[in-house]
Design a protein around this ligand. Structure first.
Ligand code: GLV
Ligand code: GLV
Length: 324
């Protein structure tokens, strides 16, 4: 009997077709598997699951997967999966590193430019009929040229942001668990700061590119926000809980920081109400990887891992498996 795959919600059709060439594929309705209960009820039927980052793949879910061989996340971040439990139950876990680096870096730059130059407020003003002619003091913003960008988390995405920021004439400082090699540092023209307390006060833009772990939860809290310059902008395209959203909203309302571009939230899809009406705060619905090309590449990379595992290939041949 052909093996069964659950794709938890509709994704790019070519990816679904690819998996259908090999297996019996079910595609869930949008949002149908956002709870542990729904996943536990469904998982016993499947040999592999291709979940979204909104699906909690907990130990309970994994334990219920009697036939489950692989969880191939439709995302690079995999904080929605209990990886340790999966490995204990001999279930492989894959993510999608690399393929969304450019799209996420481009989106990060889009947020910096849009918040720096107040694009959203400017459009609102115009559409509200308030544009009454060129104004010498209207919508003054921050130029990226000559500004200092502080990157927190210098993995693939952080480095891709640095490359682009260089082209815009920004000075780059970064913090990472480990310092990059001096070759890469000089290629990126980026200076290492061994701790956030020295990085944050120097930065005109702070951009987050670290994974969500116990160490990075609320990494940007009230104390860190206090260290930001009063005109500085915070950009978050990583994971919501890396920032204390309540403290961020407060800093924006108090004017102790200059603005924020936020694509990810602590309790998605909820957005802190004080963030929604905070000044100079651009909010987007977790779309940094949302280009046609990248979403297809993400799906294909996850699908490839499923195909290889279910066809019995050795884990060593699948570069995007998370190591135990
Ligand atoms: C998106 O947030 C991802 O982790 O791929
Ligand atoms: C993403 O691909 C990262 O590891 O930074």
């Amino acid at each position: 009997m052909s093996k069964r795959i659950l794709i938890t919600e509709p994704i790019i059709p070519s990816v679904i077709e690819k998996l259908k060439e090999h297996f019996n594929v079910d595609v869930g309705k949008r949002g149908a598997y956002n709870t542990e209960e729904a996943l536990i009820a469904a998982i016993p039927d499947y040999d592999a699951i291709l979940p979204m980052l909104s699906n909690p793949i907990t130990e309970e879910v994994i334990k219920a997967g009697d036939k489950l061989q692989i969880v191939a996340n439709h995302a690079v971040g995999y904080n929605n999966i209990d990886v340790e439990a999966a490995h204990r139950h001999k279930v492989q876990v894959a993510n999608t590193p690399g393929v969304l680096t450019d799209s996420c870096a481009e989106f990060t730059l889009a947020l910096m430019l849009a918040v720096g130059r107040r694009l959203c407020q400017a459009q609102e003003y115009l559409l509200a009929g308030k544009f009454d002619g060129w104004e010498p003091l209207g919508f003054l913003g921050t130029e990226l040229q000559g500004s200092t960008l502080g990157i927190i988390g210098m993995g693939r995405i952080g480095q891709a942001v640095a490359e682009r920021a260089n082209a815009l004439g920004m000075d780059i400082i970064y913090h990472n668990r480990s310092q990059l090699s001096s070759d890469i540092e000089s290629q990126l023209d980026a200076d290492y700061c061994s701790d956030l307390k020295t990085l944050i006060p120097q930065a005109d833009v702070v951009s987050l590119h670290c994974p969500l772990t116990e160490e990075t939860r609320h990494l940007v809290d009230a104390d860190m926000l206090d260290l930001m310059k009063d005109h500085a902008i915070l950009i978050n395209t990583s994971r919501g809980p890396v920032v204390d959203e309540e403290a961020l909203a407060q800093a924006l309302h108090d004017g102790t920081i200059g603005g924020a571009g936020i694509d990810v939230f602590e309790e998605e899809p909820k957005v802190h109400p004080k963030l929604k009406n905070a000044p100079n705060c651009l909010l987007t619905p977790h779309i940094a990887s949302a280009s046609h090309k990248t979403r297809e590449d993400i799906g294909m990379l996850a699908a490839q891992a499923i195909i290889k595992i279910l066809q019995g290939n050795p884990a060593s041949e699948i570069p995007n498996l998370i190591q135990a």
